[in-house]
Design a binder for this molecule. Sequence first.
Ligand SMILES: NC(=O)c1ccc[n+]([C@@H]2O[C@H](COP(=O)([O-])OP(=O)(O)OC[C@H]3O[C@@H](n4cnc5c(N)ncnc54)[C@H](OP(=O)(O)O)[C@@H]3O)[C@@H](O)[C@H]2O)c1
Length: 253
Amino acid sequence: MNPFSLEDKVIVITGASSGIGRHTAISCSLQGASVILIGRNPERLQETYTCLSEGKRHGSYVLDLTDDACMSDVVQQINTDFGRIDGIVHCAGISGTLPLKLADTAEMERYFSNNAIGAVNLTRELCKVGRFSKDGGSVVFLSSVAALTGDPGKSLYAMSKGALLSGCRALAAEYARRKIRFNCISPGVIITPINENLPHIKDPEKRKALEAKHLLGLGKTEDVANACIYLLSDASRWITGQNLIVDGGYTVQ
Ligand SMILES: NC(=O)c1ccc[n+]([C@@H]2O[C@H](COP(=O)([O-])OP(=O)(O)OC[C@H]3O[C@@H](n4cnc5c(N)ncnc54)[C@H](OP(=O)(O)O)[C@@H]3O)[C@@H](O)[C@H]2O)c1
């Protein structure tokens, strides 16, 4: 048996309509998983769906994770359609650059609801008894190196991603009894729609400086997708409550 295989596992992936989530969904399907896509944009979700490997049943569900009213209906539908799940990867998230003088309550709520609260709500619904496999499984939250380092204008993003790191450790302790593992992945910079229009990517000088901070250069979505596969697979069965930094050496300096 290949311990890295996802054969016959059922994996829910949020943010599957773009970037890291899309690549993770496609890679998981290539490793034998049935993949359940979640995102807001139906057309982009469909684009991901058409790239999934054939031979397994996959699903696609439109859900805004900040919409509490719809969440339990969608999870109920997933449960009806698939019966059990073995893993979740929370890729859905927003980013931005916002100085403190603009960080009002509405902005804080926007960052936290999109980056942390939605992930916790969905996890709670999916972890209800009878929905997650009796054999346990794996939950992966996409945090960020921004939660570990200090960058100007990133306070709200960093706080919302730091919440995932802290929550993950507590959830790991809470769910160990059911053999559901919780881990985070903290990527360095990968150019995707989340950041392609931000100043540090658009401005050639700033981008050069950013690239120089990544010892191995900027990352690719596949770098994070491969880390997700490891944390979803049985190869990581003794790892829980941890943060896997996937950043091309950004944080070693
Ligand atoms: N790219 C990087 O450099 C980097 C670095 C560190 C961490 N990360 C983290 O990695 C994750 C994926 O980022 P990415 O680079 O792949 O960004 P992306 O290409 O912009 O994808 C973001 C995804 O999140 C979904 N999303 C956002 N808010 C949502 C909500 N309320 N409900 C449901 N879906 C929602 C989007 O859905 P729709 O498209 O359907 O609207 C999209 O699928 C994010 O959490 C991000 O913070 C990224």
